[in-house]
Design a protein around this ligand. Structure first.
Ligand code: ACK
Length: 993
């Protein structure tokens, strides 16, 4: 049906509102406005009269229709297209800007296309104008047109024709304009029609805001956008409850009402964590120590929190936290005591070593302090050692598990307490945890003399005086003064004196002389002092004391030659004193040497008891007689060749009672047996060294005849190692070896050849100190079950004995060194039998052919090399015990040098004999294998877990071992190494499984 146009809206009001209603119904979503827009006016939502004014009155007219809810639809229309000079105004009521300085006007309207009109093209317009006028109140409404400020001319994007109306296609236009900055509290809008056909369907006036938001735990308030369309407003936010910030966070509100560029954030404070943009307290059992942490964490071990919102957890009883410990760290406690402390004594130095505590208290900062106490052996009273004792590297806060204590007094009892502490030890009231080691220092030679002063100088004599050495280490028996004319060192004179001054006479005038002095105590000579140079006076200087005019050299050489002859004579006649005396003054002896190397007295030598016609005399010379009533025998600990070996206690008058071992001579002995039995005491009694078993004395005046020695709690070394297989650190093993070597050095220095050095003849005490024992005279023949008869009739412990000693009885300290190499091998393999089950004949043959024992498992390369050096065929190329001691000391001081092990493949290639003899491969069964490596106790676990054949065994991993219940690290190592060897052998095609 055609529209009545242009008079339509004027005459027929029915149709116009109808299409508007249809349109409104289909555009309901328009009523949903974005959240960042705040309406100041929306003509669609005003229920009553809009209160707009139109003039002239016949211009804009309101179509008063209602929607289906009977709400008014405020639509204004005008359509005076056929009439000239139209100027129709429609004024809104006053609109408050609510503080916004920029507002938006959204117009929805329809506009008739002038071309579609039948006439009046000359007057028809297709635009209208929009104006505003600012005013603080409603009073400004009646102003003149020309006071309104034009906002824009509004044209339709799309106009419609009559045809469109027929199709009911509504061409609704939406135009938005903005105005700002506004200066007053409100404004009016005005729409001016100048001859168009318009229906103004809705007018919405709004401003934009950035709506309140919580971002990064910061609350930003509703913020009206700025006046300028490109302006960004900086807005400060505030932190949500229980959150904090260092700098106030900010965000920017854009003209479009969008939040942009957040700067900074808030963080939930201690004890709170973020949840849904809020901060919530941590649950009990959880904590958050710092705002920087994101979430609450569970309380670390040994701590708890009973409250909500805890910033930290409280330590359980007996657990502590250092101030510097992070709150995330477990609470810890002081360590337990260090373990397995051992000592190695070298004269007046003690090397202490220990293993870390079993319980470190949960901390890594365990350190050790050393407390040194000097103890009286009789009263057992101890006092602090004082400041003269030095500790290397230091006494306290030791990080490593060893320390060297030097400058101790000679031949003195000390107790060292090695105390473990960690970062929380000082917070704990519990007693300090320590392990103590008792040691007795050796006899030590005096320290060198450092102060020598010249006295009277004459043309033929020089007087000297000096001060006692700083550390005499005993009573000084005498001083030895060596002097010679400068650059004539090969011809020198030695004076011995008990005084601290001498006069050297018979010197050449105007000649420089070099003097060196050393002191002697019971422990021998100390080192010579540095060289002191003094010059005699010229001839012209008169010297009353100098009368000798005989050429000095002649005298000196003559005296020297005579003395030398006397000295040699004394040696040959078997006297122990190795030099003659040329008496000058009762306190002085003087000797001359020329190119001579005479062994000087003071160095003790071993005296073979055989050289005594009456062996009883030897025994009483070297061993104290003990009254049998002082001895309490407690139990039998073994059997010796001559009778039982017992442990017991010795209580000498005025001394503390202490544990001893007692060797007894069985009843019905022959005289020879008695002699041989006591012979051991005669030898042992000559030795005084911490690594030689100490003789307390003998009982010969009553029966049974007994030899009483110090008690060694852990018995013989071979049995002890077998019992504690895999239980020691390499350093501990090297410590044992060092002790044995030190004892052997002492013996070899004394000129004593042991001949039966083997782990079974070493005893070990509770401090893991090893001591050489078994000095029986007949032991090589009778005592040692390992000794076998050689083709030449002698009985020799073949596996321990050097080839030259087996072949032609050449027993020397060098052959003891060979045996020492075997002892090293026994120690490093925890008491394995050298050459396993090979026969003695095969051993002799293999060794002769150049084969040597392979390295024990896990043996440091440096130690195996030392063993090989001890087993050099040429005995002169073997190291001396002194060298062995210093090499082991070096290794102990530098434990990292022990880290390089002889690797498995080298061991295999080094093997002495066929593999199956060596217990490392070609096993027929798991049982045979485990037995061979002395791990038979795990057989059941292996078999029960399906490792019943050797090929399954090669698959076993360390993890598997743990599952099988092999928990001891030493055993795991042993089994895994053996498996590794079997694998290597398989790869090399050496052992068919
Ligand atoms: O391995 P053991 O327990 O240590 O068995 C032998 C046994 O006596 C026969 O020699 C033990 N034994 C020998 N001397 C001593 C000693 N001084 N202290 C402790 N045990 C000793 C040795």
């Amino acid at each position: 049906m055609p529209w009545d146009w242009p008079g339509l809206w004027g005459s027929s009001r029915v149709r116009g509102p109808l299409w508007i209603w249809i349109w409104l119904s289909s555009t309901l979503p328009f009523l949903c406005i974005p959240i960042n827009e705040v309406n100041l006016l929306d003509s669609r939502t005003v229920m009553g009269d809009l209160g707009w004014i139109a003039y002239p009155k016949n211009g804009w007219e309101e179509i008063g229709e209602v929607d289906e809810n009977y709400a008014p639809i405020h639509t204004y229309q005008v359509c005076k297209v056929m009439e000239q000079n139209q100027n129709n105004w429609l004024l809104t009521s006053w609109i408050s800007n609510e503080g916004a300085s920029r507002i938006f006007i959204e117009l929805k309207f329809t506009l008739r296309d002038c071309n579609s009109l039948p006439g009046g093209l000359g007057t028809c317009k297709e635009t209208f104008n929009m104006y505003y006028f600012e005013s603080d109140d409603e009073d400004g409404r009646n102003i003149r047109e020309n006071q309104y400020i034009k906002i824009d001319t509004i044209a339709a994007d799309e106009s419609f024709t009559e045809l469109d109306l027929g199709d009911r296609v509504m061409k609704l236009n939406t135009e938005v304009r903005d105005v700002g900055p506004l200066m007053r509290k409100g404004f009016y809008l005005a729409f001016q029609d100048v001859g168009a056909c318009i229906a103004l369907v809705s007018v919405r006036v709004y401003y934009k805001k950035c709506p309140s938001v919580v971002r990064n735990l910061v609350i930003f308030p509703d913020t009206i956008t700025g006046a300028d369309s490109s302006q960004l407003l900086e807005v400060s936010g505030s932190c949500v409850n229980y959150s904090i910030t260092e700098e106030p966070p900010k965000m920017h509100c854009s003209a479009e009402g969008e939040w942009l560029v957040p700067i900074g954030k808030c963080m939930c404070k201690e004890g709170y964590e973020e949840k849904n943009n809020t901060c919530q307290g941590c649950r009990p059992g959880f904590f958050k120590a710092s705002p920087q942490s994101q979430t609450c964490s569970k309380c670390p071990p040994h701590s708890y929190s009973h409250e909500k919102a805890s910033a930290s957890c409280v330590c359980e009883e007996n657990y502590y936290r250092r101030e510097s410990d992070p709150p995330t760290m477990a609470c810890t406690r002081p360590p337990s005591a260090p373990r397995n402390a051992i000592s190695n004594i070298n004269e007046t130095s003690v090397f202490l070593e220990w293993t870390p505590p079993a319980d470190t208290g949960g901390r890594k900062d365990v350190s050790y302090n050393i407390v040194c106490k000097k103890c009286n052996s009789h009263s057992s009273l101890c006092e602090e050692c004082g400041s003269h004792v030095r500790y290397l590297p230091q006494q306290n806060s030791l990080k490593n598990t060893s320390v060297m204590v030097v400058d101790l007094l000679a031949h003195t009892n000390y107790t060292f307490e090695v105390e473990a502490e960690n970062g929380v030890s000082d917070l704990s009231p519990s007693a300090r945890q320590y392990v103590s080691v008792n040691v007795t220092t050796n006899q030590a030679a005096p320290s060198p003399i450092s102060i020598v002063k010249k006295g009277k100088i004459a043309k033929n004599s020089i007087s000297l005086s000096w001060q006692e050495p700083d550390r005499p280490n005993g009573i000084i028996l005498e001083y030895e003064i060596k002097y010679f004319e400068k650059d004539q060192e090969t011809s020198y004179t030695i004076i011995k004196s008990r005084e601290t001054e001498i006069t050297a006479d018979g010197l050449k005038p105007s000649s420089p002389y070099i003097f060196q002095i050393r002191a002697r105590t019971a422990a021998g000579y100390g080192s010579f002092s540095r060289r002191f140079e003094f010059e005699t006076s010229p001839v012209s200087v008169a010297a009353s004391s100098d009368q000798s005019q005989i050429p000095i050299i002649a005298v000196s050489v003559t005296v020297g030659v005579i003395l030398l002859a006397v000295v040699v004579g004394f040696f040959l006649s078997g006297r122990r004193c190795g030099y003659s005396k040329a008496k000058q003054d009762p306190e002085e002896e003087k000797m001359h040497f020329h190119n001579g190397h005479i062994k000087l007295p003071g160095v003790k030598t071993y005296i073979d008891p055989h050289t005594y016609e009456d062996p009883n005399q030897a025994v009483h010379e070297f061993a104290k007689e003990i009254d049998a009533s002082c001895i309490t025998i407690e139990r039998v600990i073994g059997a010796g060749e001559f009778g039982e070996v017992c442990s017991g206690r010795l209580k000498l008058p005025g001394k503390r009672e202490f544990a001893v071992a007692i060797k007894t001579l069985k009843v019905g002995y022959t005289e020879k047996q008695r002699r041989d039995f006591l012979g051991e005491a005669s030898i042992m009694g000559q030795f005084d060294h911490p690594n030689i078993i100490h003789l307390e004395g003998v009982v010969t005046k009553s029966k049974p005849v007994m030899i009483v020695t110090e008690y060694m709690e852990n018995g013989s070394l071979d049995t002890f190692l077998k019992k504690n297989d895999g239980q020691f650190t390499v350093i501990q093993l090297v410590g044992m070896l060092r002790g044995i070597a030190s004892g052997m050095k002492y013996l070899s220095d004394m000129g004593y050849v042991h001949r039966d050095l083997a782990a079974r003849n070493i005893l070990i005490n509770s401090n893991l100190v090893c001591k050489v024992s078994d000095f029986g005279l007949s032991r090589i023949l009778e005592d040692d079950p390992e000794a076998a008869y050689t083709t030449r009739g002698g009985k020799i412990p073949i596996r321990w004995t050097a080839p030259e000693a087996i072949a032609f009885r050449k027993f020397t300290s060098a052959s003891d060194v060979w045996s020492y190499g075997i002892v090293m091998w026994e120690v490093m393999s925890y008491g394995e039998r050298p050459y396993w089950e090979m026969t003695n004949q095969d051993v002799i043959k293999a060794v002769e052919e150049g084969y040597r024992l392979p390295s024990p498992m896990d043996c440091p390369a440096a130690l195996y090399q030392l063993m090989l050096d001890c087993w050099r065929k040429d005995r002169n190329s073997r190291p001396k015990f002194e060298e062995i001691v210093s090499m082991l000391d070096k290794l102990i001081r530098n434990p990292s040098s022990l880290k390089t092990l002889v690797n498995a493949s080298n061991r295999v290639s080094n093997l002495l004999v066929e593999h199956n003899c060596l217990g490392t491969g070609a096993y027929r069964s798991v049982s045979e294998w485990l037995e061979a490596i002395k791990m038979g106790r795990y057989l059941e676990a292996f078999v029960q877990n399906g490792y019943s054949s050797m090929d399954t065994v090669t698959q076993v991993t360390l993890e598997d071992l743990r599952r099988l219940g092999v928990t001891l690290a030493g055993h795991q190592k042993k089994i895994m190494n053996s498996i590794q060897e079997i694998r290597v052998q398989l790869v090399n095609g050496m052992v068919p499984l």
